[in-house]
Design a protein around this ligand. Structure first.
Ligand SMILES: Cc1cc2nc3c(=O)[nH]c(=O)nc-3n(C[C@H](O)[C@H](O)[C@H](O)COP(=O)(O)OP(=O)(O)OC[C@H]3O[C@@H](n4cnc5c(N)ncnc54)[C@H](O)[C@@H]3O)c2cc1C
Ligand code: SF4
Length: 502
């Protein structure tokens, strides 16, 4: 049953066993696992329910407003970081780039040593194996596209390690349009896996409803109040959906989940609700090659390098899919210079460096706050040392791009210009500020803000995502992590969902 809020004309009330808020990696998978156990589940989602057939045009101009949070223009409070998050049935998985990594053992060790979390690679292995099977996650056997193969070529020329990425795809056409919704249904997102499974087992899907408040008393949630979203954006209407349930699972993503809990005045003895929100702050390096790269074609991410990941303020190297709107809105250039670079799109190779935030004393993440309309805003700043990490990352990317044969390299920065040698670029970087709004920082991995743990003084939920002191309220999404994952987070979220709800 589907109750579309954009078409609703009267208030409604539902009564179910489980009310799940958010239909991304955590929410949709939990919904299908609980439906398999015979529970009556309702999934409340503020984004639209779009299908594979809606993605056939492969256009950014359709996808960003319809499938992304804040029409793809979500930013941190100081506007220094562009945050890409999904806002649709399937959440981030409908628009993500299909890269799958298990949680690195180094991250789990850091959690054991610093947060008293018991997880090891061995204890989680079974859950990852099940998810890998269920969501068709396997090494990508097709040769990487040029954008990715140049990352491999550069690292190999420098004698540094790189690896091949596993993807969650079945019969993939290697198109490269995963970010605007896979038009073939090959990507095994939650949209084409868990959602249809849950619906077939009797779940109710309620798209275009925004969960506004959880009503609760004496540690028990009695109902969720949601409002319809009649237009394209996030403006709520007057029509109300009330859901009464035995259990409530908040899976609205690592900005939406703390926001709903804060709006609902959920008590939190740790003071950590909405705190320590991590984003893998990501800096970007563009390089022009003599031969065509066509960075918009082919599986978006198939090569990575962890060569620099475990150094202080370390970073994971990957490449993004480069489509025109994404590029135009990322280049920090103006007028003729912007036009000139846009015209070189076919010869452009782009590397990204994702910093592992949360592992250092001064890398404390951001805070989710509510603005005067009750909407979440992420306040995220970085220290000077993290900024130095960005500088090292820009240098490392330029080094590998030149080693792969780049003619020119441009770190994405308001005051940078293209350089033709690594020495010239290194000298330029020395003089560049790494402060907010000077260097371009983007993020597509939001984590933390409602961390799990073993004591209510040091965490928002217990190890099973149950909010301390509440009998029937849980969190199940990327909010649970006490640091960033230091790898693309989807499989980590799926693994914990299986651990808790299977
Ligand atoms: C462009 C892009 C590329 C990415 N590439 C990769 C990749 O290749 N590999 C990888 O591992 N990760 C990738 N990610 C990240 C990954 O998709 C996310 O980390 C993951 O999906 C997060 O899962 P989640 O359950 O925490 O939340 P989400 O998947 O974000 O789901 C949360 C859902 O809750 C909904 N919601 C929020 N607030 C409310 C509310 N108040 N009421 C109702 N609904 C609400 C949102 O609309 C959303 O659909 C990418 C993300 C993006 C945006
Ligand atoms: S690369 Fe594969 S998964 Fe991505 S959009 Fe194309 S067919 Fe879909």
């Amino acid at each position: 049953m589907i109750i579309d809020g954009s078409k609703a004309f009267s208030n409604q009330t539902l009564e179910v066993d489980y009310c799940i808020i958010g239909s991304g990696s955590g929410g949709a998978f939990a919904a299908s696992l609980l439906s398999e156990k015979g529970y009556k589940v309702a999934i409340i989602e503020e984004g639209p329910y779009q299908k594979t057939s809606d993605f056939k045009d492969m256009r950014e101009s359709r996808a960003y407003p319809e499938l992304y949070q804040e029409l793809a223009s979500r930013k941190t409070k100081n506007k220094a970081v562009n945050i890409l998050q999904g806002r649709n049935v399937g959440g981030g998985t409908t628009v993500n780039w299909t890269t799958c990594f298990r949680t690195p053992e180094n991250t789990l060790k850091y959690w054991r040593d610093n947060f008293d979390l018991p997880f090891t690679s061995d204890s989680l292995a079974h859950h990852f194996e099940v998810c890998e099977k269920r969501f068709s996650i396997s090494p990508w056997e097709i040769p990487p596209n040029t954008n990715n193969s140049l990352l491999a070529k550069g690292m190999s020329a420098l004698g540094r390690e790189y690896g091949h990425i596993s993807r969650n795809v079945k019969d993939c056409y290697n198109l490269g349009y995963c970010g605007v919704g896979c038009p073939t249904g090959a990507k095994q997102s939650q949209l084409v896996t868990s959602i249809p499974r849950a619906l077939a087992l009797g779940a109710i899907l309620a798209p275009r409803w925004r969960a506004y408040r959880l009503a609760h008393q004496f540690g028990k949630v009695s109902r969720l109040e949601a409002y319809n979203l009649p237009g394209l954006g996030n403006q709520t209407g007057e029509i109300k959906l009330t859901i009464k349930a035995r259990e409530f699972i908040v899976a609205a993503g690592a900005i939406g989940t703390p926001a709903l809990l804060m709006r609902s005045r959920i008590s939190d003895a740790s003071g950590l609700l909405g705190k320590r929100t991590f984003i893998h702050p990501t800096v970007i390096s563009g390089a022009i090659f003599e031969d065509e790269v066509q960075p918009y074609l082919g599986a978006p991410q198939s090569i990575y390098s962890d060569h620099y990941l475990w150094q202080d303020y370390g970073f994971k190297l990957e490449v993004p899919p480069v489509h025109p709107v994404l590029l135009a809105s990322t280049l920090m250039q103006k007028g003729d210079r912007h036009r000139e670079l846009m015209l070189k799109l076919n010869n452009l190779q782009v590397c990204i460096a994702l910093q592992r935030d949360g592992f250092f004393k001064d890398s404390v993440g951001g805070n989710v706050e509510l603005n005067s309309h009750g909407e979440p805003v992420l306040d995220y700043e970085w220290s000077e040392a993290m900024g130095e990490g960005f500088k090292q990352a820009l240098l490392a990317m330029a080094e590998l791009q030149f080693a792969a044969g780049a003619k020119e390299v441009l770190p994405i920065h308001a005051s940078a210009s293209t350089c033709t040698s690594i020495d010239q670029l290194s000298r330029m970087l020395d003089g560049l500020s790494m402060q907010a709004l000077a260097v371009k920082v983007v993020a597509a991995h939001v984590m933390g803000g409602a961390c799990f743990g073993t004591s209510e003084k040091q965490s928002v939920t217990n190890l099973d995502g149950r909010v301390w002191r509440y009998h029937n309220l849980s969190v199940m999404d990327g909010s649970l992590f006490p640091t960033s994952i230091a790898a693309n987070p989807m499989l980590s979220i799926l693994g914990h969902t299986h651990r808790i709800y299977s």
